[in-house]
Design a protein around this ligand. Structure first.
Ligand SMILES: [Zn+2]
Length: 149
């Protein structure tokens, strides 16, 4: 991962927290990162309104402005599931033979098991500019493309 991709990847976590807050959409179907461009695809059964989309971008950039710490730690899978429940998971499964999980946490915002690299503070992400999203009704998926500045 390039340093831009570390920022873009961390932006996915920030955006995910905003999407959960605004839409209540809990499940991530897929994540894509290339350079300063990223895409978070979440499962949801309706197309969000313009106001909701604006709120997601505003909330995400608000968390960037706050400079919240991005905390990484390891925890045994069973313990992590007991502590945090299934919110640490996405729709793409973690193989059953993995016993130790790497957990990434932005306090009161996002928690996820993830073994990729992250910046130390949300302020290192840079401004998140969202593209016009695509909603796939047949798959109940919302694709949220964005760039980091
Ligand atoms: Zn991550």
């Amino acid at each position: 991962m390039s340093s831009d991709e570390v920022r873009t990847h961390t932006a996915v976590h920030v955006l995910k927290g905003a999407v959960q807050k605004v839409l209540g959409a809990k499940w991530t179907a897929s994540v894509y990162v290339s350079g300063k461009h990223g895409r978070l695809t979440v499962q949801i059964d309706r197309k969000p309104t313009e106001e909701e989309l604006a709120a997601i971008e505003r909330e995400a950039n608000g968390k960037v402005s706050e400079g919240e710490e991005v905390i990484e730690f390891e925890m045994e899978r069973e313990e992590a599931e007991g502590h945090f429940g299934d919110q640490i998971y996405d729709l793409f499964p973690v193989p059953a033979d993995i016993i130790m999980l790497r957990i990434v946490r932005i306090p009161d915002w996002n928690i996820n098991c993830c073994n990729k690299k992250h910046v130390d503070s949300t302020s290192d992400v840079g401004t998140i500019r969202m593209e016009t999203p695509r909603f796939r009704a047949s798959r109940k998926e919302l694709e949220l493309g964005f760039d980091v500045e």
